[in-house]
Design a protein around this ligand. Structure first.
Ligand SMILES: *[C@@H]1O[C@H](CO)[C@@H](O)[C@H](O)[C@H]1NC(C)=O
Ligand SMILES: *[C@@H]1O[C@H](CO)[C@@H](O)[C@H](O)[C@H]1NC(C)=O
Length: 300
């Protein structure tokens, strides 16, 4: 039997829909994203495959080479998210990276935001390393343990980027907050639009136990799997897209996105207590004077 919806319940529904979906500009919001529409393969087409429906992408690494892809567009500010399932089993020496960068290569003036997954010997957990570069200078690593096995299932890895903060999320849990001070500085990348990239390669000179654990090629190919890329951000157009200049026209630029929400702070506190393996801001041996941004509070 059908019931007539009351005007009140219709109103509530409309409100819920409005609240559930952050307002977006028309350049932004995409949901299901096809690989060919949004990405180019950077090297080694032969090491790239997609599922029949194009929704799952596979990158493989063998003794010859790894593989990588990048977005066709650049973005400045927004929300960028992808689900990844990492190489399982013994993956020592293998690095899967998922990152944003203002250049195609390792240029001396690049800005960059990194997620890197460092493989490990069987039975030992993956570590996730994040890093931030501004104008070619990085050395801002943090390393975290994960609270799940990233090789068993897809999990989402996301970046929120605006002029106030850069937040690295794993499944909606903020694992790292990188703040701006609102002034001209040489640590917060905010001036250059970035592509989004992902790649898999052999890094057994450093990745696992500082390079002691070598890649076991008998187990190749190593395959990382991707799905559900989504972004809600400002797509770059030269000389300057409108979405960058109207700085609070989009949810990722608005007050609510300038700092963690109450719930996010609780999650972040839990991560800080339990999962941080390395934080460059605590490494006084490496930095007798800590980098300036280390004095900015992630709680503000
Ligand atoms: C960026 O780095 C280059 C050197 O790599 C330097 O010449 C330039 O002044 C830097 N730009 C800014 C804005 O700091
Ligand atoms: C590999 O796992 C061991 C044991 O949990 C851990 O101490 C080590 O830091 C891990 N290394 C990497 C590169 O993930």
């Amino acid at each position: 039997m059908e019931r007539m919806a009351s005007p009140l319940s219709i109103l509530v529904c409309i409100l819920l829909i409005l609240l559930a979906k952050p307002p977006t500009s028309d350049v932004a919001a995409r949901s299901k994203v096809s690989f060919v529409d949004n990405f180019n393969i950077m090297w080694s087409e032969a090491h790239f495959k997609t599922s029949e429906d194009g929704q799952i992408w596979y990158l493989s690494l063998d003794k010859e080479t790894g593989c990588g892809f990048q977005t066709k567009q650049r973005y400045r500010f927004g929300w960028f998210s992808m689900k990844l399932k990492l190489v399982g089993g013994d993956s020592a020496g293998v690095v899967t990276a998922y990152y944003m960068c203002s250049e195609n290569g390792a240029g001396p003036e690049r800005d960059e935001l990194d997620f890197e997954f460092l493989g490990n010997r069987s039975g030992q957990p993956y570590l996730i390393q994040t890093n931030v570069y501004k104008n070619g200078t990085g050395a801002r690593e943090m390393r975290h343990m994960l609270w799940f096995d990233p090789t068993a299932d897809f999990h989402s890895y996301s970046i929120l980027w605006n002029n106030h903060q850069i937040v690295f999320f794993v499944d909606k849990v903020p694992i790292r907050v990188y703040k701006n001070n609102g002034e001209a500085n040489n640590f917060f990348p905010n001036g250059k639009p970035m592509y989004l990239f992902s790649s898999i390669w052999n890094a057994d000179d450093w990745a696992t136990r500082g390079g002691l654990e070598k890649t076991d090629w008998a187990r190749a190919p190593f395959v990382s799997t991707y799905t559900d890329f989504s972004f809600d951000g400002c797509e770059w157009e030269d000389p300057f897209p409108a979405c960058v200049s109207t700085t609070t026209g989009n949810w990722w630029d608005q007050y609510g996105a300038w700092h963690l929400s109450g719930d996010q702070k609780m999650d972040y506190a839990w991560v800080q207590r339990n999962l941080v393996i390395y934080d460059y801001c605590k490494d006084n041996q490496r930095f007798p004077t800590l980098p300036w941004e280390c004095s900015l509070s992630p709680w503000d």
